[in-house]
Write a protein of this length. Structure first.
Length: 324
């Protein structure tokens, strides 16, 4: 496995003829995965809106006038009910998201309790709660959290233009704290924010230079939400999105690359090309955090057409092989 990818090398991958790029991505993918399996994660926003951060893409920032209202932390019973439904529909991982800069006080203890219960239901648990210090990471590990999601979202240069309330370094520090506790890392980004190809290459380089690579790499297509500063950004060409997935797969072949936000408006053919480029995970269920997602039965229908099977839950031993 390589951890020394340069932005120049990654840029060359982006510039390959499309068919060559797809062929390389498929070859890389098949070294580590069954190419006809896709992992299913279901998201739930356990604390919606009212976030003090100013991420220009996000409908949950309190700085922008969007339709998202600020809500209190959900009750544990409601969260467990949602986890149960997700499991019944076939998700193997349940991801709880909170619109926080960082977790604090009693609310954090309540979330720890929710994670404990999700683990009791025999599902993989993931959380995305903002920045973590070392002690918070340890507490999450202690209750059995499998994955922590914390995205880099772009390369360091472009990042400065989309978020002013925290630094790229702070993102990296949280990821270090998560790793230090031995939790799996879910870390990716957003494309279609008006960034240049060199920014996308820079983002993939940041991810692919992590050692080990993030086990899960969500690639989100920006969902343009009215009221956010990015609501009118020009559409990204679909092929540039597919290329980003392929390049992530070639540089991080043993990672699950997740075709994440933005699927609701993608055609079946577009999603199929993303799977061919090496995406083998999706957010599954009719809602992301605050915006819509493809309906589960539509996903099942597409899987049937493509001969794709939902991935069974990974065992500890299969994960070790993947990270060798
Ligand atoms: N507040 C925490 C944080 O920022 O890390 C966790 C929740 S935040 C909503 C998680 C991720 O959602 C962001 O890092 C970003 O990648 C993604 N996201 C937010 N708004 C989005 C949008 N409009 N389109 C695509 N992805 C988005
Ligand atoms: C990730 O990379 N994408 C998810 C999850 N991790 C937390 C969030 C997508 C959010 C899309 C906008 C919304 O629904 O609010
Ligand atoms: Fe808050 Fe996360 Fe949205 Fe940024 S992306 S405004 S930190 S919820």
């Amino acid at each position: 496995m390589r951890y020394d990818w340069t932005v120049e090398e990654i840029t060359k991958l982006f510039e390959l003829p499309f068919n060559d790029l797809m062929f390389q991505a498929q070859q890389a993918h098949r070294m580590y995965f069954d190419a006809n399996e896709v992992q299913l994660s279901t998201l739930l926003s356990i604390k919606t809106g009212g976030c003090p951060e100013d991420c220009k893409y996000c409908p949950q920032s309190s700085r922008y006038n969007t339709d998202v209202e600020s809500e209190l932390l959900m009750k544990k019973d409601e969260v467990m009910q949602a986890a149960k439904v997700a499991k019944e529909k076939g998700a193997t991982r349940f991801c709880m998201g909170a619109a926080w800069r960082e977790p604090k006080g009693r609310a954090f203890d309540l979330v720890l309790d929710m994670i404990r219960e999700v683990k009791n239901m025999d599902m993989e648990a993931c959380a995305t709660l903002g920045m973590l210090d070392a002690e918070q990471a340890r507490k999450l590990k202690d209750v059995g959290l499998d994955y922590y999601n914390h995205n880099l979202d772009s390369d360091p240069d472009f990042y400065k233009t989309i978020v002013s309330t925290r630094t790229y370094e702070e993102r990296l520090d949280t990821l270090k704290n998560v790793r230090a506790e031995g939790m799996s890392v879910c870390c990716g980004g957003i494309v279609g924010m008006g960034e240049a190809m060199k920014n996308r290459a820079g983002m993939v380089a940041q991810l692919a230079r992590m050692h080990p690579h993030p086990e899960s790499v969500p690639i989100n297509m920006l969902v343009k939400v009215e009221g956010t500063p990015m609501s009118e950004v020009e559409d990204l060409d679909n092929f540039d999105f597919i290329r980003t997935i392929a390049v992530a797969k070639i540089t991080m072949p043993s990672s699950h690359i997740r075709l994440s936000a933005g699927r609701e408006v993608m055609s079946e053919e577009m999603q199929s090309l993303c799977f061919l480029a090496g995406a083998n995970s999706i957010f599954y269920g009719e809602k992301l955090l605050t915006t819509g997602n493809t309906e589960a039965d539509q996903d099942q229908a597409l899987f049937k057409k493509l001969g794709i099977r939902p991935e069974e839950r990974a065992t500890a031993s299969s994960r070790r092989v993947a990270n060798a």
